[in-house]
Design a protein around this ligand. Structure first.
Ligand SMILES: Nc1ncnc2c1ncn2[C@@H]1O[C@H](COP(=O)(O)OP(=O)(O)OP(=O)(O)O)[C@@H](O)[C@H]1O
Ligand SMILES: [Mg+2]
Length: 429
C-alpha cells in the first residue's frame, strides 16, 4: 500500500540564515555550533520517514529536540525550510494558501495537549466544526460527528457544553472533531499529556481501537516512554532535530543506537516490551499419529520440563502431555489420546509479562506463531536473564564527558539537554 505520509529530507531553521545553517548541518556541524555560527536554530534536521495507513509513529525526545516543530511542519503550521511532505501522494511542502486550507480540512487533522473547544457550542457542534468548514451538508455532518462521538464514547453528551466535561472528555471531543473529517493523517502533539494516569491509559487503548476504525496514519508525540512503547508501531527518538533511532519498541529497548536512546529506555518495564519469542527455547515436540505414550513417558524423564508439547503432522501445536495424563494409559496408545485438555499456548509476539504466572508456577509454556505453529517453550532462566539485564546495556551513563568524546564539535560544557539526558522522565515531570 502507498504511504499515507511520506517525508523526505525535511529541515526547519528558525533564524536569519537558513541556507547556511542547512549547509553546515549537511557537513556534520551540530545544532549548537550552527547557532554560534549563524544565529539560526536548526530545529528539524534532515528528517525522512514514511507512514502506512493505520500506523502509529511515536516521536520521543527531550524538551527542545524538535518534536513540535516537526509535527507543525507536517501540516504547515510552521513552514519547512526545505524538504518534501507528501500526504496521500500530494506534495504539500510548497502549495499555496487555498490548497493548504483544503488539505487541512480534509486530509490532516491535529490534536494538541490543550485542545481548544468552542465554549458556547455544544459537544456535537464542536465535533461538527471541521465538516462545517468543509461545506458538508448539515445532515451529513451531523451524522458523521455523531459517529465520531460514538467512537470516542461520548454519544450521551452531544448537547452538553464543554464546561460540563472533564479534561479527558474534552480531549475526546477534540479527537472526535479530528476524526470526523476522516483524515489521512492525524497529528497528535502530547494529546494525553495533561490527563491523569488512569484516564491516560484508557485513552491510549481507545486510540488503538480508533486507528483500526479510521485507518489513518498517526504521528504521536510523547514524553512518556511507556506510552510510546505501548502505542508505537515504530518509535523515533529525536535529538537536536534529528532522528537518532527509528525502530519497534523491541528494537529501541534491546538495541539502543547510543547512550541517549539507552537513557530513555533505562527504566522501561522490559516484560511489557519484549516478546515471548526472545525467551523461547527449542524443545522437540511429540508428533500425534507417530509418537506413543510409552515413548512419551521416557522422553519426559529425560527433559527438565513438567510436560511435553504435541504437534500434528503440519507442526501445529495441539496440546501438552504430562506425567499425570500419560499415567495409567497403554504404552502403545497414540500420544494424542493423552493430551491435557486445558493446555494453552502463548503467541511468540505476546509480551513476556503474560507468561510470568505460568513460569513462576514451574509449568512448561508452549510458544506458537500467529498461525498456531509450534515454536518451542518458554525458558524460565532466559526470562530472568533478559529481565534482569543491566538496562544501560553495560554502557557508561550519559554525562557531559561521554558526549564530548562522541562529538568533536562539542563545547567544554555540555548543553543543558545533554546534562538532563540522564533523567528523561524527571526532566519533564
Ligand atoms: N518560533 C521559534 N523561533 C525560534 N526558535 C524556535 C521556535 N520554535 C521552536 N524553536 C526552537 O526549535 C527547537 C525545537 O523546539 P520544539 O518546540 O520543536 O521542541 P519540542 O521537542 O517540541 O520540545 P518540548 O518537549 O518542550 O515540547 C528548540 O531549540 C526551540 O528553541
Ligand atoms: Mg513540543
Amino acid at each position: 500500500m502507498p504511504p499515507k505520509l511520506s517525508v523526505r529530507n525535511l529541515f526547519k531553521v528558525f533564524g536569519p540564515r537558513p541556507g547556511k545553517a542547512i549547509r553546515l548541518a549537511g557537513s556534520g556541524f551540530d545544532k549548537d555550533a550552527i547557532f554560534r555560527e549563524t544565529r539560526s536554530v536548526v530545529a528539524v534536521n534532515d528528517i525522512s520517514f514514511d507512514l502506512a495507513p493505520g500506523e502509529i509513529f511515536v516521536v520521543m525526545g527531550l524538551s527542545g529536540s524538535g518534536k513540535s516543530t516537526l509535527v507543525r511542519c507536517l501540516n504547515r503550521l510552521v513552514d519547512p525550510s526545505r524538504g518534501s511532505i507528501r500526504v496521500d501522494g500530494t506534495e504539500i511542502a510548497d502549495i499555496g494558501r487555498e490548497a493548504l486550507r483544503q488539505i487541512r480540512l480534509r486530509k490532516i487533522s491535529m490534536v494538541f495537549q490543550h485542545f481548544a473547544l468552542f465554549p458556547h457550542k455544544t459537544v456535537l457542534e464542536n465535533a461538527e466544526y471541521g465538516l462545517k468548514m468543509q461545506g458538508v451538508s448539515p445532515q451529513e455532518r451531523r451524522e458523521r460527528a455523531l459517529q465520531a462521538l460514538d467512537a470516542v464514547g461520548l454519544s450521551g453528551w452531544t448537547e452538553a457544553l464543554p464546561e460540563a466535561l472533564s479534561g479527558g472528555m474534552r480531549q475526546r471531543v477534540g479527537i472526535a472533531r479530528a476524526l470526523a473529517v476522516n483524515p489521512e493523517v492525524l497529528l497528535m502533539d502530547e494529546p494525553f499529556g495533561a490527563l491523569d494516569p488512569l484516564i491516560r491509559a484508557e485513552m491510549q487503548k481507545e486510540l488503538l481501537r480508533l486507528r483500526e476504525r479510521y485507518n489513518c496514519a498517526i504521528v504521536f508525540i510523547s514524553h512518556d516512554l511507556n506510552e510510546a512503547l505501548s502505542l508505537g508501531d515504530r518509535i523515533a527518538i529525536m535529538k537536536d532535530g534529528r532522528f537518532v533511532q527509528v525502530g519497534t519498541a523491541h528494537e529501541i529497548v534491546t538495541e539502543p543506537a547510543d547512550d541517549y536512546v539507552a537513557a530513555f529506555t533505562r527504566d522501561v518495564d522490559r516484560s511489557r516490551v519484549l516478546p515471548a519469542a526472545v525467551v523461547t527455547a527449542d524443545l522437540e515436540p511429540l508428533i500425534a499419529g507417530h509418537d506413543r505414550v510409552g515413548a512419551a513417558r521416557e522422553r519426559l524423564e529425560e527433559v527438565p520440563h513438567d510436560s511435553l508439547p504435541v504437534v500434528d503432522g503440519t507442526s501445529r501445536f495441539i496440546g501438552l502431555v504430562d506425567a499425570e495424563s500419560l499415567a495409567d494409559r497403554p504404552a502403545r496408545l497414540d500420544v494424542r489420546e493423552a493430551i491435557r485438555k486445558e493446555a494453552a499456548a502463548v503467541q511468540s509476539d505476546a509480551p513476556i509479562v503474560e507468561v510470568f504466572g505460568q513460569c513462576a508456577a514451574g509449568h512448561t509454556v508452549p510458544v506458537v506463531s500467529a498461525s498456531g505453529r509450534y515454536k518451542g517453550v518458554i525458558d524460565p532462566l532466559q526470562v530472568f536473564a533478559v529481565l534482569g539485564k543491566d538496562q544501560t546495556n553495560g554502557e557508561a551513563e550519559i554525562d557531559g564527558r561521554a558526549d564530548d568524546e562522541a562529538d568533536p564539535m562539542a563545547d567544554e560544557t555540555p548543553p543543558p539537554a545533554i546534562a538532563a539526558a540522564g533523567l528523561p522522565a524527571r526532566a519533564h515531570a
